[in-house]
Design a protein around this ligand. Structure first.
Ligand code: HDE
Length: 722
């Protein structure tokens, strides 16, 4: 190879970069003309395509705005010579890359968000002065971020975990964040225990694993020594911790907050988000398999729903109560390990939230969004919940580290949509140049400096406080087991079985037998039969001795149907996904009939074929595929249909991926529809007839069955329950 000079001629192309470069406008790079393909695509001297025909590409610049002539080659002393330090394009690009990451959230690192609005439908005038809760019909912009708690940023969406449900409302009076979860209670009662909880749940510090799961020794060591966590453990082991979709989760503010009116009077409030689609969860074995098949299952679902115009929606409900109710309630309303059953205090629905728009850029918005429990507006205030009090110091503190300084509120996704004016100045990444020489208060030098406003401004509720300064836990926080039992008893048999199985699964991953034994003792305080069932599943035969407790579980609490997913399920197929397995020889009319009928019910049909190029139907037409068999396991679909000819079914019955596809659908309690000619595959997959196996009928009975969700009575036939 001859050495040529590294001279670069001035590229004409950059002037007219928004159109296809005509052949006569060839760019000379290192003395060689750039080739142009017959389609008009410009090919660089590394063989790369610069301009795609027909595109309208703006000029590429560096961060300083200088137009870039060559983004494929670094500057060298000669064609094969050393790199030159003056290559500020290479240096800038690399340095920017080197700093592309910021510290991930310690908890809730893996999340996904979207924009939308909150609309008030029932005013709380007289109860609060917050405009967002009193101005009927007003659409308040929101940004909502869902997350898992324990996993690191790159973990799977379907880990067993609590989901964060954080809503930032850009109200006319400032930002109001409800930084909640999809479970109405929490593990601990006092903020000082949070670090311990999270350290125990996250990867173990010596080995750096396992991540995104509580199924390991340190978590259960801590949990078995922390009786106050027991109620939350019941929820965590329930199907609430493996939701089907963010769109099918409830959300809760968890703590008791205060609403404050113009007269300074307070009403206690608990916030609830209710999904329009109702709740749905996956089966644990399904969650495990989805984690492999599509670790982005939940974010993809949210993104797709919004892109396709199926806008996710929740109602906002409130439980409102006064001091008298609080004093008479069975538990302390300041204790975040307790809930107030809806049957005791019904929800008042006051508005709805609709997510309407995906982010333009994940990092700029979803990663940089910064929630804080202290983002409140006049009319919304805190209770003395010691967990909430601790949170109030933590959030802004964490954002300063995560986002690099105290001005993160100026980043667009965090910036209030109302005026922000004060005397705070400077600091890292100041984006808002504040005018004037006055940066203090009081001042007299300028006429238009912002002033405090005692009438419209935020005033804290005048709570009367007295007593000794103490480091204690109130006695009213002492009952750790009654609501755990109430929660368990509120579930259907299938849901109870899932809770027991989840305890068995998690504790089976705990190496230290003493920890398992201690956890059984703790569960015995909820109900000895629960502990015994878990012990049976673990094969632990020693007699179970209940752990010491000052307060035993009450057995007189009425079960609450509102705590069960199944009892609250809303039938229907809107936005549900049907996986339809086809192969060569499939009856195309059958698939079309299914698609037409499903579409009318708001469901989506995805076609799975042995090859991504599709299948040749009996009539010779090609049925296009959305997934190749191995890449589209049935765990990705809510219900499945097997549309196969006799020959197709026979062929696939020796194909492991096809057998697993049908077998999994059956064992995950899904409704299965099938052509009458598909029986060979159903038999190979171990499918036995039941109310959820609908063979050789028109699509209607299949879809009608599928609309009712899973076939729970099938469960004892496909897995052992204890
Ligand atoms: Fe959080 N929590 N938390 N938390 N939390 C964070 O803030 C903290 C708690 C919740 O999508 C952190 O920005 C303490 C309860 C959600 O960005 C951090 C305590 C509930 C999110 C933090 C709690 C939550 C967070 C980590 C106990 C349900 C994600 C990164 C005193 C009501 C928000 C960050 C998002 C995030 C602290 C307990 C919900 C470290 C100290 C209870 C949804 O500041």
């Amino acid at each position: 190879m001859t050495t040529k000079s590294a001279k670069i001629s001035k590229p004409k192309a950059t002037k007219a970069a928004s159109s296809v470069i005509p052949a006569e406008n060839q760019v000379m790079i290192a003395g060689a003309p750039v080739a142009v393909t017959p389609e008009g695509q410009e090919v660089g001297n590394g063989g790369e395509i610069h301009q795609v025909a027909g595109g309208t590409h703006p000029q590429m610049t560096n961060q300083r705005g200088t137009v870039i002539a060559d983004d494929e080659n670094s500057l060298k002393a000669n064609e094969r010579g050393p790199g030159l330090i003056e290559d500020f394009f290479l240096v800038e690009k690399t340095q920017h890359f080197d700093h592309e990451r910021i510290p991930e959230r310690v908890v809730h690192a893996r999340g996904y968000g979207a924009h939308g609005y909150f609309e008030l439908t029932d005013s709380l005038a007289g109860i609060t002065k917050a405009k967002v809760l009193t101005t009927l019909g007003q659409k308040t912009p929101v940004f909502t971020r869902f997350s898992t708690v324990a996993g690191n940023m790159g973990s799977a969406d379907t880990a067993r975990d609590v989901r964060g449900f954080a809503v930032k409302m850009y109200t006319p009076e400032g930002n109001w964040d409800i930084v909640g979860n999809n479970i109405p209670v929490f593990f601990i009662q006092d903020a000082i225990k949070f670090t311990d909880l999270i350290h125990a749940a996250k990867q173990e510090p010596d080995r750096g694993f396992p991540q995104a799961q509580t199924a390991h020794d340190t978590f259960w060591d801590w949990a078995s020594l922390t009786p106050e966590a027991t109620h939350m453990l019941m929820w965590l082991m329930s199907d609430r911790a493996i939701p089907r979709s963010f769109r099918m989760m409830e959300g809760f503010g968890v703590h008791t907050f205060r609403l404050v009116n113009d007269e300074g009077e307070s009403t206690y409030v608990k916030f609830h988000w209710r999904p329009k689609l109702g709740m749905a969860s996956v089966i644990w074995d399904e969650a495990l398999k989805i984690s492999g098949a599509d670790p982005d299952f939940h974010r993809r679902d949210l993104w797709n729903a919004i892109e396709s115009g199926n806008l996710p929606e929740w109602e906002l409900g409130v439980q409102l109560f006064d001091e008298e109710f609080a004093n008479n309630f069975d538990f302390d309303v300041l204790d975040a390990t307790k809930l107030i059953p809806e049957e005791v205090l019904p929800l008042r629905i006051i508005g709805k939230m609709v997510l309407t728009r995906n982010v333009d850029n994940y990092f700029a918005e979803t990663e940089q969004v910064a929630f804080a429990t202290t983002d409140v507006v006049p009319g919304i205030d805190f209770s003395n919940d010691p967990l909430l009090q601790g949170r109030n110091l933590s959030y802004i503190d964490t954002q300063i580290t995560r986002l690099g300084g105290p001005n993160y509120e100026q980043i667009p996704v965090n910036a209030p949509r109302c005026p922000v004016m004060n005397m705070q100045r400077d600091g890292h990444m100041t984006l808002r140049p504040q005018k004037g020489r006055v940066s203090y208060s009081p001042s007299s030098l300028e006429q238009d400096t912002p002033r405090q406003d005692p009438r419209a401004g935020f005033t804290s509720f005048k709570a009367h406080e007295e007593g000794d300064k103490l480091r204690v836990r109130a006695e009213s926080f002492g009952d750790h087991f009654s609501q755990a039992l109430m929660f368990f008893q509120s579930q259907t048999d299938a849901e109870q079985n899932h809770i027991i199985s989840a305890f068995i699964f998690e504790l089976s991953k705990v190496d230290t037998k003493a920890v398992r034994t201690r956890m059984l003792s703790q569960l015995a305080n909820v109900d000895i039969s629960i502990a015994q069932r878990v012990a049976d599943g673990l094969g632990m035969k020693d007699p179970i001795t209940p752990a010491f407790t000052k307060v035993s579980a009450r057995t007189d609490l009425a079960p609450s149907d509102a705590l069960s997913i199944v009892k609250k399920m809303k039938p229907g197929l809107v936005t549900k996904v049907i996986g339809c397995l086809v192969a060569d020889g499939t009856d195309a009319a059958e698939v079309l009939a299914l698609e037409t009928a499903a579409h009318k019910l708001g469901a989506h049909v995805k076609i799975i074929a042995p090859k991504i190029g599709g299948a040749t139907a009996a009539d010779g037409k090609v049925i296009e595929a959305d997934f190749q068999l191995a890449g589209g396991p049935s765990v990705l679909f809510d219900t499945v249909y097997v549309a196969l000819s006799e020959a197709g079914a026979k062929l696939l019955s020796t194909e492991a991926a096809a057998v697993a596809w049908v077998h999994d659908a059956f064992s995950h309690l899904k409704v299965i529809g099938a052509s009458s000619t598909a029986q060979t595959l159903l038999t190979a997959a171990g499918v036995v007839p039941d109310a959820g196996v609908i063979v050789g009928k028109s699509p209607s009975p299949y879809l009608a069955a599928a609309a009712n969700g899973r076939i729970y009575p099938r469960e004892p036939k496909v897995r052992t329950t204890y």
